[in-house]
Design a protein around this ligand. Structure first.
Ligand SMILES: Cc1cc2nc3c(=O)[nH]c(=O)nc-3n(C[C@H](O)[C@H](O)[C@H](O)COP(=O)(O)OP(=O)(O)OC[C@H]3O[C@@H](n4cnc5c(N)ncnc54)[C@H](O)[C@@H]3O)c2cc1C
Length: 353
């Protein structure tokens, strides 16, 4: 068989010894024994019964913007290409929109805005696909995905059947979900969102108001909020096309109030946020890493972004193992200096944290 084998079946495509480097935003060298691409959920029973998947490791692959390959994948990387968008319910104000897992996230956000629908504007310009968005419950600028999800359609590999999970059954939490906690079980095939024609804009977070003021806008539309978020993000975050990265590499740590207050007493400048749960506070991982002296640090081609302490970058040929080693050194130094454990946000393939 050739290196790249395209089956006659137009609903699925198999590639042997697939090069994944260009398929991840950290652009580390990595290969998968097989890459399977399916057109939509209807092809899943056949592809999952294939011996190349049935017996081995399966990794879902979206846009690769939250994955760090520390080693090659001995099994199969599976991507769903379904990009369909449909309005499934509309009561004149609330509108339910369903999107296939393979749709680009930011493109989907723009499509909803062009339909006059509000709800996802604060989540503009997050890289990746619709199907991956529920995995870590993406969030930005005061909005988290679970606030807008109506249901998630998935293939349950344990039951061997398609399921439809209401948002309340997805176990969503800060950068977490049951999909993330049960890796290997779920294949998200589509997500249904509840959006609205009557915007309730979320403007109170991280410079959105100031950006809108600088744009000369005092009564913004949802599309203008999206534009303001895009402008802030383009200024603040390195573009993966120019400097390879996976966005925030660490989650903001969530600590019991007593521990957080003791840290705040010793370090009054440490930003502290509502954790959304009583008795807990969320601290800025970026501040802790910056204070530990890592911003702009470089070990060969593995580094920390000069402008953002939370973003690990690949300046060229860093391996996944080198980036992981740097991440561990950063976490160890934050633990030693502040007594706080940092947890990585991206999925690490081929190594344990
Ligand atoms: C510059 C930059 C900025 C970012 N900013 C943010 C931000 O503001 N907020 C935020 O929350 N995240 C952010 N991220 C992280 C990332 O964009 C999100 O986590 C995104 O949802 C990942 O989508 P993806 O398609 O690239 O997923 P991938 O990286 O391909 O996969 C991520 C995880 O989801 C799993 N997965 C993918 N598709 C499916 C599926 N169909 N079914 C089941 N599992 C699946 C994978 O196996 C893996 O575990 C940023 C990343 C970058 C590079």
């Amino acid at each position: 068989m050739n290196d790249s084998a395209i089956d006659a079946d137009p609903t699925m495509r198999w590639t042997r010894d697939a090069d994944l480097r260009a398929r991840t935003s950290l652009r580390v060298a990595a290969r998968a024994a097989w890459l399977a691409e399916v057109r939509d959920a209807a092809a899943l029973p056949a592809v999952l019964a294939d011996p190349r998947i049935a017996g081995g490791e399966l990794l879902m692959l979206g846009g690769g913007s939250n994955l760090l390959f520390a080693a090659d994948l001995a099994g199969v990387a599976l991507a769903i290409r379904d990009e369909a968008i449909a309005v499934v319910d509309d009561d004149g104000e609330a509108v339910r929109v369903r999107a296939g897992a393979g749709r680009g996230w930011h493109d989907f956000v723009l499509q909803t805005l062009s339909l006059g629908l509000s709800g996802l504007e604060n989540l503009s310009l997050i890289p990746g696909t619709v199907g991956a968005a529920p995995i870590q419950n993406i969030g930005a600028y005061g909005v988290e995905l679970d606030q807008r999800v109506h249901a998630v359609e998935a293939w349950d590999r344990e039951a061997g059947a398609p399921v439809r999970l209401a948002a309340a059954d997805c176990g969503f939490a800060y950068r977490d979900s049951r999909f993330k906690r049960e890796p290997g079980r779920w294949i998200v095939t589509a997500v249904e969102f509840t959006l609205t024609r009557r915007p309730r804009l979320v403007l109170g977070y991280a410079g959105i108001g100031a950006e809108l003021a600088a744009m000369g806008i005092d009564a913004p539309t949802a599309a203008q909020v999206s534009e303001a978020v895009c402008r802030i993000r383009r200024r603040k975050l390195p573009d993966p096309a120019l400097l390879a990265n996976a966005g925030s590499f660490f989650k903001n740590p969530i600590l019991p109030v007593a521990q957080a207050d003791a840290l705040l007493a010793a370090h009054p400048a440490l930003p502290c946020f509502d954790a959304g749960r009583p008795g807990l506070r969320k601290l800025s991982a970026a501040w802790l890493i910056d204070a530990a002296g890592w911003k702009g640090h470089r070990d060969g081609d593995a580094g920390v972004a000069p402008g953002h302490a939370l973003v690990l970058v690949n300046h060229g040929d860093a391996s996944g193992a080198e980036l992981l080693a740097l991440a561990r050194r950063i976490a160890d130094s934050v633990q030693a200096r502040f007594g706080v454990a940092l947890e990585p946000e991206p999925r690490i393939v081929g190594a344990c944290w």
